[in-house]
Design a protein around this ligand. Sequence first.
Ligand SMILES: [Zn+2]
Ligand SMILES: [Zn+2]
Length: 262
Amino acid sequence: MVKTKAKKDIDSYAIKGTSNVVCPGDCVLMRPSDSEKAPYVAKVEKIEADHRNNVKVRVRWYYRPEESIGGRRQFHGPKELFISDHYDVQSAHTIEGKCVVHSFKNYTKLENVELEDYFCRFEYKAATGGFSPDRVAVFCKCEMPYNPDDLIVQCERCKDWFHPYCVDMSIEQAKKLDHFLCLDCSSDDDVKRSSNGCSLSMTFEPKVEAKRRKSNAMEDLSTRACVALFCFALAFFFRELTLMEAMLRPRMLGELLEGWRT
Ligand SMILES: [Zn+2]
Ligand SMILES: [Zn+2]
């Protein structure tokens, strides 16, 4: 059909069957053609209506790690998305709901991760599979970037962070730790017993744990205390992470994705 009349920009669109209103700049979940699939996530750039009041949205797609050329890796969080350079125009009818795509830093500060919470730390070039930034800080023996949903423990001496499973520890054991020395530091320990650095070690509850707590209606005070401690621990971790990013082992992301392809 030939389009004769000009489209007009509109400020908002009410999602059918809900009380939610979408405005340009909002992140939305869009119904995939295959109903078995998870909804697509997009950022709404523009909303326009034609003379028959058909509403269309210009969107910028977020990619899930599994939709990227490099695929999903262990360091990708379950709620991780990449903002892409892929734009589209879609019918507003495909919008199912709204969501929030947090910055990486803000996501790690969330007390509870709700269903509609996501995070984004990389820009993704859909045609080439390239990422920006193309470098990322890594830690642990496995030299992996931080997955905000993984439990990690800090060595109180070298200050590096470790996955329990990389240091032969179960998650349960890691949660009970008061102090932790990595293998390198504990073998040094015999030699340097006199120089006893007495610093506090922190363990981190994974985000998924916090989420489970939230879904439990019988949330009690001790749980709240745990959540508060968890947030404090994360804040502490973030100071460390900033340091790590400045000083520690930055790796090319492409190299990491290549290296783990099996
Ligand atoms: Zn590791
Ligand atoms: Zn150590």
